[in-house]
Design a protein around this ligand. Structure first.
Ligand code: SF4
Ligand code: SF4
Length: 156
């Protein structure tokens, strides 16, 4: 599968040499590993603040390629979809998947070696078993009261 994210011409390991707020748009977008896990529905414990991911996916997620089927116009269908930026990462990192590159860097951790910026191929994310490829269920098939039956363990 070709890489839908433009990672051409980027400086080697730019994320280790620049703070997140100094990244340009291409660098910021290239940090996304394409796993699709941020498009899974989450359950948040109101008392503890703990967040659990479920295999119940946003209605627009295509789990064959782990991409949003309507990315450019997605807010027409899913107005609550977050646009992650350097200046809102502080408030969103806590619910991002544990393997998400934005969360890892925000926590001061390195990227995994399966990240496309290190492996050189988007396929490595699927081969490592960390993408949602082929195992989600659509949210219109599962009533929200039953989402807790579909909680997944992280990291995956
Ligand atoms: S969880 Fe993070 S790395 Fe994975 S698709 Fe979402 S933004 Fe990209
Ligand atoms: S609208 Fe698209 S980008 Fe947003 S959560 Fe749904 S599938 Fe993911």
């Amino acid at each position: 599968m070709s890489d839908p994210i433009d990672r051409a011409g980027l400086a080697p390991r730019f994320w280790e040499r620049k703070p997140l707020r100094k990244l340009n748009q291409q660098e910021w977008e290239a940090l996304c590993d394409g796993c699709g896990k941020c498009c899974l529905n989450k359950l948040e414990d109101e008392d503890t603040g703990d967040v659990a991911l479920t295999r119940v996916a946003c209605r627009l997620l295509d789990d064959a390629n782990c991409r949003c089927a309507q990315y450019e116009i997605r807010h027409q269908f899913v107005p609550e979809c977050i646009v992650l930026k350097p200046d809102n990462l502080d408030s969103h990192a806590y619910w991002m998947p544990q393997t998400c590159a934005y969360r890892l860097l925000w926590e001061g951790k390195p990227l995994y070696d399966w990240h496309p910026l290190l492996s050189g191929t988007a396929q490595s994310v699927h081969d490592a078993g960390v993408s949602v490829q082929g195992w989600t269920v659509p949210e219109f098939e599962i009533p929200e009261d039953d989402w807790e039956d579909h909680i997944i363990e992280e990291p995956i």
